[in-house]
Design a protein around this ligand. Structure first.
Ligand SMILES: Cc1cc2nc3c(=O)[nH]c(=O)nc-3n(C[C@H](O)[C@H](O)[C@H](O)COP(=O)(O)OP(=O)(O)OC[C@H]3O[C@@H](n4cnc5c(N)ncnc54)[C@H](O)[C@@H]3O)c2cc1C
Length: 417
């Protein structure tokens, strides 16, 4: 009998899993179920719809092609509410059920909106799904003042695209832009780029209250000052979409999984933003809500579901960002906290800079500004493969791409011998 794989979700983790299942089992029945009405898509590219660098047709075309190529069934507009693992079934919000042999929970995450006095749900916009984009887009015909509350990737990417579209953007950041990932000199380059494009950044600011005044919103910030804006987008972080169950341990807000993306329940896996997988660096279980890890985790889960043993090495934080004319990336242990704990080497030249962080013989983090000819994956490889590179640190700093490639090649040859 063909194995029935049921996947909750139709995002990047779900699609990667479907691909891995099909690679390893040609006859498996694969079904994706999503509560959205759309074809599968990657939320990470939604900001490009705002700037019209991407069309809606392009957003959905890859998912549609994959479904057809992999012979995967898609059920849209159905929300899984409960996992009934004793009978290997899930229950939907309409009361119906679906059975599985293997289940993957790839239900992603949703915006987490902090409590703000007088804030009614219809007064705010979030930016996670296509439906969020469509709701916001309807209001953007006339140029307006838009406040974005938050300073993570979603806030920064949406802010950039809205500035480029000619809106007046105010970013309200509880600390500073992308503070967890980039050190202060890189953060200030970003801030300057926003200011050059007419945006205002209110750092170390919290939003205390919101009042509707006619068609506008009056925002009260922690200094007591008031701002009048047309629109408020809240992008202060995400929380995992936990499908109700009482038996999978929830760690740091995500469903705990092992290195095979298996939960504690038989035949139940989790991957992507919903999963609390082990960290590459210290094995700590937590969600790592970024696209590359969702794809890695989905691939590992899918392979294991189809009976091919595959191990996940653990999540490594990473951010790749093109913001106006600035290109930044951070991989691994970076940002202000990391700098205190690791040996750091840094090179700055004109508008470019590179920072490498080491622990003993190993590279553990890297931050770069405007080094467009270096793919961040080069550093990710050195970190993920635990290649001892410290002896080449000066060379790596001076000629990063060539040195990293040479080290990888040499390592490959040594392994092959
Ligand atoms: C605007 C934006 C920009 C981003 N930019 C970047 C970036 O530059 N770099 C980066 O690394 N990451 C970025 N991300 C994060 C990245 O998109 C996520 O890490 C990634 O989408 C996670 O994939 P996932 O498959 O785990 O979850 P999702 O993509 O969230 O997919 C979850 C799926 O599950 C479905 N679902 C949820 N609950 C249920 C339920 N109960 N029943 C049925 N279906 C359900 C949803 O409808 C959806 O289909 C960005 C995200 C956003 C929103």
């Amino acid at each position: 009998m063909n194995c029935k794989h049921l996947i909750i979700g139709a995002g990047p983790a779900a699609l990667a899993a479907a691909q891995a299942i099909r690679t390893n089992d040609k006859s498996a029945e694969i079904t994706l179920v999503t509560r959205e009405e759309t074809l599968p898509y990657s939320p990470a590219v939604l900001p490009y719809l705002l700037s019209q660098e991407l069309t809606e047709t392009e957003l959905f075309s890859k998912g549609q092609e994959l479904l057809a190529a992999l012979d995967v069934k898609l059920i849209r507009g159905k929300e899984v509410t409960t996992l009934l693992h004793e009978t290997s079934e899930v229950r939907f919000s309409d009361g119906t059920r679906a059975a599985y042999d293997k289940l993957l929970i790839a239900s992603g995450a949703r915006p987490q909106v902090p409590p703000i006095e007088h804030l009614a749900p219809d007064q705010i916009y979030t930016f996670r799904t296509y439906a969020d984009f469509a709701r916001l887009q309807k209001t953007l015909e006339k140029k307006q003042t838009i406040a974005i509350y938050g300073a993570g990737l979603v806030a920064v990417e949406a802010a950039e695209k809205l500035c480029e579209a000619g809106h007046k953007v105010i970013i309200i950041a509880r600390s500073s832009l992308l503070r967890k990932y980039f050190s202060s000199n890189h953060v200030s380059v970003l801030e300057q780029a926003f200011q050059k494009h007419g945006a205002t950044i209110l750092a170390n600011t919290t939003l205390n209250a919101v009042k509707l005044t006619g068609n506008q919103l009056e925002l009260v910030i922690n200094s007591g000052d008031k701002l009048v804006v047309d629109r408020l987008i809240v992008a202060t972080g995400v929380a995992a979409n936990l499908v109700a169950n009482t038996e999978i341990p929830v760690v740091e807000g995500g469903l705990q999984v092992n290195h095979h993306m298996q939960t504690n329940l038989p035949n139940v896996y989790a991957a992507g933003d919903v999963a609390a997988a082990p960290s590459f660096f210290d094995g700590r279980h937590a969600p790592c809500p970024i696209l590359p890890e969702a794809v890695f985790q989905g691939t590992v889960a899918g392979a294991n579901m189809a009976g091919k043993k595959m191990e996940y090495a653990g999540w490594i934080p990473g951010n790749y960002l093109r913001c106006f004319d600035e290109n930044l990336f951070s991989i691994g242990l970076t940002g202000p906290q990391a700098e205190a704990g690791y040996q750091t080497l840094e090179k700055q030249s004109g508008n470019t800079s590179l920072k490498l962080l080491f622990q003993d013989e190993y590279l553990v983090g890297s931050e770069a500004l405007n080094l467009k000819n270096i793919h961040p994956g080069v550093f990710l490889n050195l970190i993920r493969n635990r290649i001892p590179v410290r002896q080449y640190q000066e060379l790596l700093l001076a000629k990063p791409r060539e040195t990293a490639c040479w080290i990888m090649l040499r390592q490959g040859k040594q392994k092959a011998v």
